[in-house]
Write a protein that binds this ligand. Structure first.
Ligand SMILES: Nc1ncnc2c1ncn2[C@@H]1O[C@H](COP(=O)(O)OP(=O)(O)OP(=O)(O)O)[C@@H](O)[C@H]1O
Ligand SMILES: [Mg+2]
Length: 354
């Protein structure tokens, strides 16, 4: 795989009158050609600021941006303009030109390129077909729904056949069905046209259905990064875990358990566990193993299996009846099989609700 975008120790600091805001702090990322790279984080984490650095809408205070092996800090104005033509950008708000119709909006980025008039026309028609807006060529943005406007924004971002497409919350204003349709469209652009996609979102579900890699941002920093499978199967920070839990029902299950005395007691005795496993591990009869190898009885309280990048990923909540030394052995044994076991602390959960 070839690295297409490399961010090295990027800082972005905004100096305002009375305060200094460190929007991005020491972020290093590698995005490969063909990646669909998700960036998640809560509002204010620094996501938009970070991606704006990629096409120089934002100059970094420190660090290097390397695109296709070239350091863009050294680019002339002309080179920056050319770079921007090669990077499609879908803005957090659609940013369409209201006085121009759909055709004219999509045509606009081609102005000043050496594409012939006939070619441009052809390209616009092709893009309108691609995003499913045939028949709406002469409509104005005000005559379109939110989802349709977003399709225009995507078509416009693709006008110059970019190698890279950056999408800043392209679906956050849309209903679930339209969101799915737009995600399918982005997926096709990624898979069929081979366009590298950098996608900002605060919804982990969006990342799960589209991306192959993800970075989690918090307060200007990337706190976790990796393939979707790595991150979903073994999240290293609580923040990442919280994001992942919005995409499965584990959190709901834990909340339900926290309202029942029997489970709160179990968790106080440290016998309630969350068990995570991926891929092959699902073929191992874990529960039977625990009994045969350690004489420990495990009782499944909740179970959820889903597929991520075609790999099964399991989440179980189990009660294990075993003494402390045995539990330690069990943990080590499971870790070797890539099964992660963690205590569930329901007292925290129940006290949180009060
Ligand atoms: N031009 C600016 N001047 C001063 N501060 C800024 C500027 N742009 C962003 N910031 C600050 O940088 C931080 C990160 O903002 P950013 O827009 O990158 O967050 P975000 O993760 O995209 O959030 P959201 O999910 O709400 O879009 C915020 O605290 C914001 O106030
Ligand atoms: Mg933003």
């Amino acid at each position: 795989m070839m690295t297409q975008i490399s961010l090295e120790h990027i800082d972005v600091t905004f100096n305002q009158k009375h305060q200094v805001s460190k929007a991005v702090q020491d972020v290093s990322l590698n995005i490969e050609k063909g990646d669909a790279y998700g960036i998640v984080g809560y509002s204010g984490a620094g996501k938009s600021t970070l991606v704006r650095v990629i096409n120089r809408l934002q100059k970094p205070s420190a660090g290097k941006v390397i695109i296709d092996n070239k350091d863009i800090n050294k680019f002339s104005r002309y080179q920056i303009r050319r770079l921007r033509k090669n990077i499609g950008f879908i803005f957090q708000h659609f940013n369409l030109m209201n006085a121009r119709n759909i055709e004219e909006n999509i045509l606009y980025p081609m102005v000043g390129t050496n594409t012939s008039k006939a070619k441009r026309k052809q390209r616009v028609q092709h893009l309108i077909d691609l995003v499913g807006l045939k028949g709406k060529e002469k409509f104005y943005p005000a005559q379109l729904s939110g989802g349709q406007k977003q399709r225009v924004a995507i078509a416009r971002a693709l006008a110059n056949n970019p190698q890279i497409l950056i999408s800043d919350e392209a679906t956050s204003a849309l209903d679930p069905k339209t969101t799915q349709a737009i995600l399918q469209l982005l997926k096709r652009i990624n898979k069929e046209l081979g366009v590298t996609i950098v996608l900002i979102t605060h919804e982990m579900d969006v990342v799960k259905s589209l991306c192959n890699k993800v970075a989690v941002m918090d307060a200007g920093k990337v706190v976790e990064e990796g393939s979707i499978l790595e991150v979903f199967s073994n999240p290293k920070t609580q923040l990442t875990q919280d994001f992942i839990d919005t995409t499965n029902n584990v959190k709901g299950a834990i909340e339900t358990l926290a309202s029942q005395k029997r489970f709160v007691d179990l968790s106080r005795e440290q016998r309630l566990f969350r068990l995570h496993y991926i891929g092959k591990s699902t073929e191992n009869p874990i529960i039977i193993d625990l009994y045969q190898k350690f004489g420990a009885v495990a009782n499944i309280i909740y179970g959820n299996i889903e597929f991520i990048s075609d790999v099964p990923l399991g989440n179980l909540i189990i009660e294990i009846d075993a003494d402390k030394p045995t539990l330690k052995e069990i943990k080590e044994y499971l870790a070797k099989k890539d099964v992660h076991l963690r205590n569930i602390n329901l007292q925290d959960e129940s006290s949180k609700e009060e």
